[in-house]
Design a protein around this ligand. Sequence first.
Ligand code: MG
Length: 391
Amino acid sequence: MGGPVNSHLTPIARSMAADANYLWHPVHDCEDLLLAPYAMHSANSQGRRHRESPHPYRGPFQRDRDRIVHTAAYRRLAYKTQVFTGNWGDYHRSRLTHTIEVASVSRTLSRALRLNEDLTEALALLHDIGHPPFGHAGEDTLDESLRADGGFSHNGHALRIVEKLEKRYPGFFGLNLSIEVLESQDFRVRKSKGGQSPLLEAQAVEAADSVTYDTHDADDALELGLLRLDELLELPLWHEARRRVRSKFTGLTRKELRRSVYRELIDWHVSDLIRVANERLGQFAPSSAGDVRRLPEIISPSDELREKKAELESFLHERVYRHAKVLQMRARAQQYLTEMIHGYVLRPALMPKTFRRRIGTEGLRRTVGDFVAGMTDRYAHKQYRRLFAGD
Ligand code: MG
């Protein structure tokens, strides 16, 4: 495809269109113009497990992003706990709004570094899709209950969802995502793969996830009254952010100060990540996405910021994640899920037919795990009360 008149093409695309072996695509043309050589270019994708024809105007990673957005698992993130549950009002982040914030920050990183934004966004929207109900309490319970069957991790479960559990196409299970998307998510599961590094688009999402939860967990905890602003402002990270805010604004109310510090923190983190990444890219000069795999990590914070982030994280760990109310919620969630998993294992007939059919191939306990992991917090509550409370 190149069309009889290709005068609208860039010189690179024109020369490629002239090569009979090169499959020209409008997205390749845009990427040739906009992306850095070390970005993951759609034209170099290894494709999909099940062969598909190219879409006339969407690139492969755009299609991946769209497929993820249209899954039931993605929509259910709206009713899954990030750190705080729905019983605590409507201000705090859900797993879905956390995901959207990660996508926003990682796209900013991606654009500034001239990476593939479509791939970055697909990876961001996918990164937490495997989270079970009730956040990490749910994950730990599933992991314990499935210990003899290989355990459970939300990162690994995301791959199960997009490869096995979602049924969208007549010929196969899963979403048939591009190999680069699956491999990048697999990095989240295994952390290291024979000394290779993830693509820069995946590194952007990893860094954005950390920026996002560090900032929004503190913001949610402030709003819910678990922390006081003065306490956070004593930490070096927040202290420095306040100093920066004060150099720009005077006479702020407490609320304005809090919002401004929050905004400053994200901007500081993102600017630091871009600065450090550009320094490393200058130093290593990768000329392709393949080169990036052989290099040390490029997108990570400076030593100064990493140190300050670590102090905030240990503070949040003590004061928020181990707060009596959060621990109480955690204990209740673990009790619900443990009893439910046990109950469904004893009485698999209580599960829907689509899950019962999988028992033969996947095993009973893994199937129960898949069913329970897919539940939203409120559906899990409802099922527990309907079927197991008082067992
Ligand atoms: Mg996350």
